[in-house]
Design a protein around this ligand. Structure first.
Ligand SMILES: C[S@@+](CC[C@H](N)C(=O)[O-])C[C@H]1O[C@@H](n2cnc3c(N)ncnc32)[C@H](O)[C@@H]1O
Length: 268
């Protein structure tokens, strides 16, 4: 059973201390997972991983699930979109690539593709540029635009990015992704769907049930503690301004936690 994080963090958020709370949480998780992560490092000495804070900020601080889960996610994305697009010899963008959890594995599952990664956090990008070969990385701002011309990408994926954006940026980024995607190109996105209702407060759930986006601010937009939760009807309406929805799958409870909703869409 997941904790009601809204209730726990609300007082810190209200006082403008959510980032302090999060730093303390990082140290706690780092100490808690130390043995497990040391065992991974000993078993796989050739696997180069980003600094702990970057892993924590963008995923969970567990080296095994960061590395092997990232590999699995890259494979799953390629497989999930296969009915709609063959990703070999294509131009691909990982929007919000973080310190490369997924993009570092992409070349294993696609052939001859031109792969790009962007993120607004320069620390993530510097790490990626130093450690991940055969991928072009560039930094963007939290608000659009990206430095790409119109219609250049065959395929764009954004894993857990809208989940950390403000409401105005949902509209703005959807339009920007549509701008840089080829006509007929495919986009794969995730959102915080109904399974996340269990971590919302009563008041947040009321708004969610009315089909409204729920955001938790008083934090730096784009950071893990800035959170957005999306009723599927809200996210679908946003997508359908620019895209045709090809597939929607609702997030479920998994052995490691709760999964986000998946959306595969095609640019009109
Ligand atoms: C939860 S992490 C997910 C990282 C990566 N997609 C993954 O699945 O491992 C969210 C990422 O989105 C990035 N991000 C947030 N807002 C962004 C924006 N407006 N443009 C680009 N990247 C953004 C953050 O820096 C962070 O790396």
């Amino acid at each position: 059973m997941s904790m009601n994080t809204g209730k726990i963090t609300a007082p810190f958020r209200k006082l403008g201390l959510i980032h302090v709370f999060d730093k303390v949480k990082f140290r706690y998780i780092q100490a808690k997972n130390k043995k497990l992560n040391q065992a991974f490092a000993k078993k796989y000495p050739d696997v180069v991983l980003p600094p702990d804070y970057l892993i924590f900020e963008t995923f969970h601080l567990n080296y095994n699930s960061y590395y092997f889960g990232g590999q699995e996610s890259a494979k799953d994305i390629v497989e999930e979109v296969k009915p709609y697009i063959d990703l070999n010899q294509k131009k691909i963008l990982d929007w919000g690539c973080g310190p490369g959890r997924i993009i570092r594995h992409m070349h294993r599952f696609v052939e001859g593709s031109d792969i790009h990664g962007v993120d607004y956090n320069p620390t993530n990008l510097n790490w990626c540029a130093k450690h991940i070969p055969n991928v072009t990385f560039s930094k963007n701002e939290v608000n659009p635009p990206l430095a790409y011309a119109e219609g250049v990408f065959d395929f764009i994926y954004g894993i857990s990015i809208f989940t950390h954006l403000s409401e105005p940026n949902h509209t703005a980024w959807m339009a920007e992704l549509a701008r840089i995607c080829k006509s007929g190109g495919v986009v794969f996105l995730t959102s915080h769907g109904p399974i996340f209702k269990r971590i919302l407060t009563e008041e947040e759930n009321k708004r969610y049930d009315q089909g409204q986006i729920v955001t938790r601010g008083k934090a730096f937009e784009g950071h893990r503690v800035y959170a957005a939760f999306h009723p599927p009807s809200y996210f679908r309406a946003l997508l359908e301004v620019h895209f045709e929805v090809l597939e929607y799958s609702e997030g479920k409870e998994e052995s490691w936690g709760i999964n986000q909703d998946h959306w595969i869409v095609r640019k009109r």
